[in-house]
Design a protein. Structure first.
Length: 371
């Protein structure tokens, strides 16, 4: 066996061991790319994920020339190129030399940007079986073409990475299923125990009001009944949050049901076709839930308007009320854990959230998620 074949086997073994140990997607991809570059003639590389709609996302990169790193890798982040187009069309089946790379060509047109000898690159699809995830691109200074052996090694590494991506996605899916099951269990426990207990206290307080003639005792029982009824409403809302009924029929139906639980009158205005991925739909649902909770607790009104607009690139959700509003000097310093959780949820999807509010002028919440 030749020495280069032996070294390739050792490299593939090292990468495989690393991939089997990693559980976080980005760390796994970055580490595998680094080991590939350290063990081969390839000196720079980057990985795109490409979704079902063909939208690309730069996941990780290593040793990029300055020209490709400028402005947060804008030449890699924006625009199209041959390899991505072929991937979208289903024509990219194996590792290939790219003769003309539009991204690299664009950097060559810019003054004061140094490609450091990178003029061409090779590309290989990342996939597992029939599932395709994206592209692995590699390059070497002053190299126009890579040999068949080098491309074969690249394909072997891409096969390993594709299998690891699939494993992590399945693991994350299993975690999500376990989380949903735990939510359902907790919701059942709350409904069967605390919810029923609060309902019993409400009935007991109502009976106490009818049984006594003393006004002070009546007042006390009325206060108990009121507080218990409020706690019961809060508990039902919490159970709904843990296991939302109606969400399987879509986000609008789910929010209508939640609004009814809170005693709110909601008006919906929808533009575009609502066919959202499950994780995006739940993110919007949870953000809207918190917004409706705040309206019921703090706004002083029981009406709200919700606007949902779906475009080819974004989903915009607006929740608006005509209540008392609140004071927020700086949106970066949020006044409650609830508002911070709304921002965290939007950020987790690569989106944004903003508040427009003043005392006695209501509140408007604007959520934008990339679609």
């Amino acid at each position: 066996m030749q020495s280069n074949e032996l070294s390739n086997i050792e490299l593939l073994k090292e990468i495989a061991e690393f991939l089997n140990e990693e559980t976080e997607m980005e760390q796994m991809l970055q580490g595998a790319l680094r080991k590939l570059l350290e063990g081969t003639i390839f000196e720079t590389g980057w990985i795109f994920f490409i979704n079902e709609k063909g939208k690309q996302e730069l996941i990780t990169h290593e040793n990029l020339p300055n020209a490709l790193q400028q402005n947060d890798c804008r030449h890699l982040q924006k625009g199209g190129c041959w390899c991505v187009s072929r991937f979208r069309n289903g024509d990219l089946k194996k590792a290939s030399n790219i003769i003309e790379c539009k991204r690299i060509e664009n950097t060559q047109k810019m003054k004061n940007e140094n490609n450091e000898g990178i003029t061409h690159h090779a590309t290989v699809p990342l996939q597992s079986g029939q599932e395709r995830f994206g592209l692995l691109n590699v390059a070497t200074p002053n190299t126009i073409r890579f040999s068949e052996g080098e491309l074969a090694l690249l394909e072997s590494v891409a096969f390993q990475i594709g299998s690891a991506i699939k494993r992590i996605l399945l693991t994350n899916q299993e975690r999500e299923v376990a989380l949903v099951q735990e939510r359902n269990r907790l919701a059942r426990d709350l409904h069967d125990s605390v919810n029923q207990l609060l309902f019993s206290v409400t009935l007991t307080a109502r009976g106490g009001i009818e049984m006594t003639e003393q006004q002070e005792v009546k007042t006390t029982f009325k206060e108990i009944q009121y507080l218990t009824q409020e706690a019961l409403t809060e508990m039902r809302a919490l159970i709904w949050q843990l296991r939302p009924k109606g969400l399987e029929a879509g986000i609008i139906e789910g929010l209508k049901g939640y609004g009814e639980i809170l005693g709110l009158t909601l008006t919906f205005k929808v533009k575009g076709v609502i066919n959202l991925p499950a994780n995006m739909e739940e993110t919007l649902f949870r953000i809207a839930q918190e917004a409706l909770n705040n309206i019921r607790k703090h706004s002083g009104v029981l009406n709200a308007e919700l606007y949902l607009t779906v475009t080819p690139t974004d989903v915009l959700l607006v929740v608006k009320d005509e209540g008392c509003g609140f004071h927020m000097n700086e949106l970066k310093i949020l006044p409650s854990i609830g508002l911070q959780s709304m921002r965290d949820r939007a950020n987790s999807m690569g989106g944004t959230i903003d508040w427009v509010t003043e005392w006695n002028k209501g509140t408007e919440i604007l959520v934008r998620l990339p679609y």
